[in-house]
Design a protein around this ligand. Structure first.
Ligand code: GDP
Ligand code: MN
Length: 381
């Protein structure tokens, strides 16, 4: 789960990483009031779950509360790479002498946490990595040994940070960032830029914070930070019904049992020249209610032109799934043609049941590739 900048900064503060004071605002009026409370120059920042907001016009300095309200007016509703701005973070403006970059993430190859520190912050880290890879200092942390301050010293020297006052502050921030990373079960904690003010104070001016979904049960306070409105309506409905669904942008709706099978179904649709409209995993079961829930969510997407139902009967038997599909089609009316591929345990019985139902909207195909071709053909019809 990705956190907004203001949420990530709240976690930073809890772990003792310095940030600037700020307020959340959802209207120009609130932005003006926030700027009045904070006093002096403020920065009005779009809160969206994507980076590069500065370049997209989503970050503006304001000298007065009136100007903050004007900036808010301009930024609210802005579309930043598909993310519409509905929330703003109004922060006391900082003076910037230097912009560094600090992050900690997982290096899956090494099975260790990896810190990256560079003096060339403020811009995309990918850009620095491509053009001046030698400017990046890296540090792996052994999970058994844990984080040791001497390692952070090595990281800071490797990055070429030679001011003793900066070294001291960054040393403490690196340790606290590691605490935040472990303490919140994060996948990524990134500070870009980590600034040095003209007075020599080091602080986090931005935050990118991703928490492992599978660990949210341990962190009720972070789980609550999820902003349901930031998800497509189909995904919101799916979450409510406990269906595993991810919206994609093609025309063929996909439904299967088992994440691996659904992933291969997406590939086979691409192989057949089509584009999947979604990922949807029924899980182990194939009971009628599960099928109804999934079909409702898939068919609510106006882009869907056909639906491919790909089932491999293992523990779930093919005839049960076939009954589930038929019961589901009795309960809801689906306009799009549905192609079914059934294989595995009791597949013959299942196919016979579907054929016997004689529904003209239902196409039963013998193999996954045949089914994919048929679904793509029907989507184009
Ligand atoms: P991003 O573009 O989404 O990464 O958003 P950031 O929060 O990193 O802000 C982008 C840029 O805006 C920063 O690199 C700064 O140059 C500038 N900026 C952000 N906050 C301030 C501030 O308080 N004062 C000044 N002078 N510039 C700021
Ligand atoms: Mn940034």
């Amino acid at each position: 789960m990705d956190l907004y900048e203001y949420q990530g900064k709240e976690l930073f503060r809890r772990f003792g990483i310095p940030t600037s004071e700020g307020r959340l605002a959802t209207s120009a009026d609130e932005a003006r009031a926030a700027a009045e409370e904070l006093g002096g120059q403020v920065v009005v920042k779009a809160q969206v779950l994507t980076g590069g907001r500065g370049k997209a016009g989503g970050i503006k300095l304001a000298d007065t509360p009136v100007e903050a309200a004007q900036n808010a007016e301009a930024i609210l509703g802005l579309d930043i790479r598909g993310h519409v701005v509905r929330k703003l973070w109004i922060e006391k403006a900082s003076e910037i002498a230097k912009e560094y970059y600090l992050s900690v993430t997982f290096d899956r190859g090494e099975k260790k946490a990896l810190f990256i520190l560079t003096k060339e912050g403020g811009i995309d880290i990918e850009e620095v990595a491509a053009e001046r890879p030698e400017a990046l200092a890296r540090l792996h942390v052994d999970p058994l040994e844990g984080f040791q301050p001497y390692q952070a010293r090595r990281l800071i020297f490797a990055a070429g940070i030679d001011d003793p006052d900066e070294q001291k502050q960054i040393l403490s921030i690196v340790g606290r960032l590691y605490d935040a990373f472990i303490g919140a079960d994060a996948m990524l904690c990134e500070i870009n830029p980590l600034i040095v003010t003209p007075e020599g104070e080091v602080k986090a001016l931005d935050s990118k914070f991703t928490v492992d979904d599978n660990a949210l049960y341990k962190h009720a306070d972070i789980a609550e930070m999820r902003d349901l409105e930031a998800y497509p309506p189909e995904e919101r409905a799916a979450r409510g019904k406990g269906v595993t669904y991810v919206k994609l942008d093609g025309e063929v709706g996909i439904l299967g049992n088992g994440a691996g099978l659904v992933m291969s179904t997406l590939d086979v649709i691409a192989l057949a020249g089509g584009r999947p409209a979604n990922f949807c995993d029924l899980g182990g079961g194939g009971d009628a209610q599960g099928v109804v829930d999934a079909l409702e969510i898939i068919s609510a997407d106006p882009q869907v032109r056909s639906i491919l139902f790909n089932i491999f009967g293992g523990i779930t038997r093919g005839d049960e799934v076939a009954r589930g599909i038929l019961q589901a089609l009795d309960q809801i009316s689906i306009e799009e043609p549905i192609v079914v591929r059934l294989d595995g345990t009791n597949a013959d019985e299942g196919r016979q049941l579907l054929a016997a139902a004689g529904s003209e909207n239902l196409y039963v195909e013998p193999t996954m590739l045949d089914a994919a071709r048929r679904a793509v053909e029907l989507a184009a019809a």
